[in-house]
Design a protein around this ligand. Structure first.
Ligand code: SDX
Length: 427
C-alpha cells in the first residue's frame, strides 16, 4: 500500500507521508501542508486529528480496548496496584519488587504539604467546591518548589512528577476536611498510598482509623481506571500548557480546570446527580425521551464517548466493583438498580444503539464513591487525583521529545475584513 497520501487542491497535486504506529490508525503527516498549499486543515474538536506521538496509552474505541504501555486495563485493574501502574506509566515497564518498593517509598516521602499551604485553604469559603480549591492549591505549588521547576532538567521533572503524584491525595483530603470543618490529618507513612488517602479523608484525631481492605482495594482499582486515557481534553490541555515551557504545577492546574467540565471529568458528579433526579426506574423512560430530544439540553451523563463506540472497558470493571463495595460495607443503594435499569433500557433503544452510546467510566463510579462516603462534589477531585500520573507522564513524554514545539493552532477566520475606524460623532 502506498505510504503517501495524495491531495489535489488549488489546482495542484501534493503528496504527504503516511506514518504508521505500532497499532491503530495510520496518520497523514500534513506538517508541510500550509507551507505548500497556503491552506489549513479544519478539525474543530479534533475528531480526526492526531496531535502528538505517544507510547503511553492505546485505545481502540470500536473494540473497547484500553492498554497502558501494552497491558490491558482489565488485567491491571485485577492484578496490579495504583503505585505499580504509576511506575509503569512513568517508566514504560512493570517494576521489579525492589523497584516498586523504592518507588512507593519515594512517593510516600513526598506526601506531606508545606505547612504554609494549609493556610491557603482558610482563604476559601467552607462551601467552596473542592475542585476550585484543588485548582488553586495545585497552581500554588509552583510558589513552593522552585528547586524543581527547571523542566529541561530530567531530575527536576522526576522530582516534580513524584511531588505531584504524592501530594494530590493530601490536597484532596484537605479539601474534603475543610468543607466539613474537621481538622486536617497529616499523612501516615506506614499506610499504602490509597490507605493513607482514606485515613486523611475519613479519619479524625480522636480515634484510630481502620482502613477496610476491601474499600482500600476498590479505591486503588478506581485510581487505576482513571490513571491515563490517551489525548483526552484535560491531557491535551496539560500538553498545550507544557509546550510553552510552563512549570509542571501550572500545567497540572490547567488540566484540573479542564477536567472539571461536566462533558469530561465532571460527568461522574453529574451522572450521580442525574440518577438522583431520575430516582426510581419507572421515571427512566421520561429521561430517555429527554436525552433524545434535540431541543432538550439534557443528556444521559455517564453515557457516550468521543472514542469508545463500544462499551468503555473501565465501566465494566466499575460495575463489578459496585457489588464488591456494597458487600464489604454491607450497604445497598437503590440508585444502583436505577443505573442498571437505565443502562439496560438505553442499550436497547435504537437512538443509543445507532449513535453507539454506551456507559463510560463515569456512569457507575459515583455510586461506589457515594457508598464509600464521598460527597458528589469530591468525585471529580478523585478523578483528578488519579489522572495526575497520566498528566505528568504525558507531560514528561512531550518535554523529553527534542522535536517538540509550542502548540499553536490556526483558524478559519469568518469575521469582518479590514475596515477604517469611525470617530464616535460619525457613528
Ligand atoms: C470522560 O476523552 C476521554 O478519554 C475522556 C475520558 C477520560 O478518561 O479522560 O474518558 C473521561 O470525559 C468520559 C465522558 C464523560 N462525559 C459524559 O458522560 C457526558 C455525557 N456524554 C456526552 O456529553 C458526550 O457523549 C461526550 C462529550 C462524552 C462525547 O461527545 P462527542 O464525541 O463530541 O459526541 P457528540 O456530542 O457529537 O454526540 C454525538 C451524538 C449527538 O447527536 P447528533 O448531534 O449526532 O444527533 O450523540 C448524542 C449527541 O447529541 N449524544 C448523546 C450523549 N452523548 C452524545 N445523547 C444523549 N446522551 C448522551 N450522553
Amino acid at each position: 500500500m502506498a505510504n503517501q497520501a495524495k491531495l489535489t487542491t488549488a489546482g495542484k497535486e501534493f503528496e504527504y507521508p503516511i506514518l504508521k504506529g505500532s497499532v491503530g490508525p495510520d496518520v497523514i503527516d500534513i506538517r508541510k501542508l500550509y507551507g505548500q498549499t497556503g491552506q489549513f486543515t479544519f478539525d474543530p474538536g479534533f475528531t480526526s486529528t492526531a496531535a502528538c506521538e505517544s507510547a503511553l496509552t492505546y485505545i481502540d474505541g470500536d473494540e473497547g480496548v484500553l492498554l497502558h504501555r501494552g497491558y490491558p486495563i482489565g488485567q491491571l485493574a485485577e492484578q496490579s496496584s495504583f503505585m505499580e501502574v504509576c511506575y509503569l506509566l512513568l517508566n514504560g515497564e512493570l517494576p521489579s519488587g525492589d523497584e516498586l518498593e523504592t518507588f512507593s517509598t519515594t512517593i510516600t516521602r513526598h506526601t506531606m504539604l508545606h505547612e504554609q499551604l494549609a493556610t491557603f485553604y482558610r482563604g476559601f469559603r467552607r462551601d467552596a467546591h473542592p475542585m476550585a480549591i484543588m485548582c488553586g492549591v495545585v497552581g500554588a505549588l509552583s510558589a513552593f518548589y522552585h528547586d524543581s521547576t527547571d523542566i529541561a532538567d530530567p531530575e527536576h521533572r522526576k522530582i516534580s512528577s513524584h511531588r505531584l503524584i504524592a501530594k494530590m491525595p493530601t490536597i484532596a483530603a484537605m479539601a474534603y476536611k475543610y468543607s466539613v470543618g474537621q481538622p486536617f490529618l497529616y499523612p501516615d507513612n506506614k499506610l499504602s498510598y490509597t490507605g493513607n488517602f482514606l485515613r486523611m479523608t475519613f479519619g479524625v484525631p480522636a480515634e484510630e482509623y481502620e482502613v477496610i481492605p476491601a474499600v482500600e482495594k476498590a479505591m486503588d482499582r478506581i485510581f487505576i481506571l482513571h490513571a491515563d486515557h490517551e489525548q483526552n481534553a484535560s491531557t491535551s490541555t496539560v500538553r498545550l500548557a507544557g509546550s510553552s515551557g510552563a512549570n509542571p504545577f501550572a500545567c497540572i492546574a490547567a488540566g484540573i480546570a479542564c477536567l472539571w467540565g461536566p462533558a469530561h471529568g465532571g460527568a461522574n458528579e453529574a451522572a450521580l446527580n442525574m440518577l438522583k433526579e431520575i430516582g426510581t426506574p419507572d421515571k427512566i423512560p421520561h429521561y430517555i425521551e429527554r436525552a433524545k430530544d434535540k431541543n432538550d439540553p439534557f443528556r444521559l451523563m455517564g453515557f457516550g464517548h468521543r472514542v469508545y463506540k463500544n462499551y468503555d472497558p473501565r465501566a465494566t470493571v466499575m460495575q463489578s466493583t459496585v457489588r464488591e463495595v456494597f458487600e464489604a460495607l454491607k450497604v445497598d443503594d437503590p440508585l444502583f438498580e436505577t443505573a442498571l435499569r437505565l443502562e439496560e433500557i438505553a442499550l436497547n433503544d435504537p437512538y443509543f444503539v445507532e449513535k453507539k452510546l454506551f456507559p463510560n467510566v463515569d456512569f457507575y463510579s459515583g455510586i461506589i464513591l457515594s457508598a464509600i462516603g464521598f460527597p458528589t462534589t469530591m468525585f471529580t477531585v478523585l478523578f483528578a487525583l488519579a489522572r495526575t500520573v497520566g498528566w505528568v507522564a504525558q507531560w514528561n513524554e512531550m518535554i523529553s521529545d527534542p522535536g517538540q514545539k509550542i502548540g499553536r493552532p490556526r483558524q478559519l477566520y469568518t469575521g469582518p475584513t479590514q475596515r477604517d475606524y469611525v470617530a464616535i460623532d460619525k457613528r
